[in-house]
Write a protein that binds this ligand. Sequence first.
Ligand SMILES: [Cu+2]
Length: 149
Amino acid sequence: MTLRSTSAKIALIPLATIGVLAGSADAAAGASSSTTVKAVETDFHIALSKKTFGPGTYTFVAVNKGQTTHALEITGPGLHASTADISPGQSAKLKVVFKSGGAYDVFCPIPGHKMLGMNVNLKVSGPAAAVSKNTTKSTMASGSGAVSF
Ligand SMILES: [Cu+2]
């Protein structure tokens, strides 16, 4: 029994994206609202069906319309996700969560392809992440009430 043409390229969703489903108190319903974004990959370009982004959950559908193998990788604040390799004519889904505003990068991780133009810089609108990795900068924080929300 061999899996042949079943396109068993299921995108692995890193645990990191699952862990932080924000604990907003008003999240009563609608937990599964994901915006679908088509990412058409050619040699060597990525065309996204959506131009503006805000924080939220997105399902990128990467379609390889090129002649060579591609893949789709997305990085950004607290995010690093990637599909498996996508053969010409195939497609793969990649579900990601943009937790905050900032600069994100959508590109093809196949060596050389990003440099050849398979690179889209996304600006996600909205407040930037509350970066909590302040390196040791000897700040005299004398009991400043860090208000959380
Ligand atoms: Cu590629």
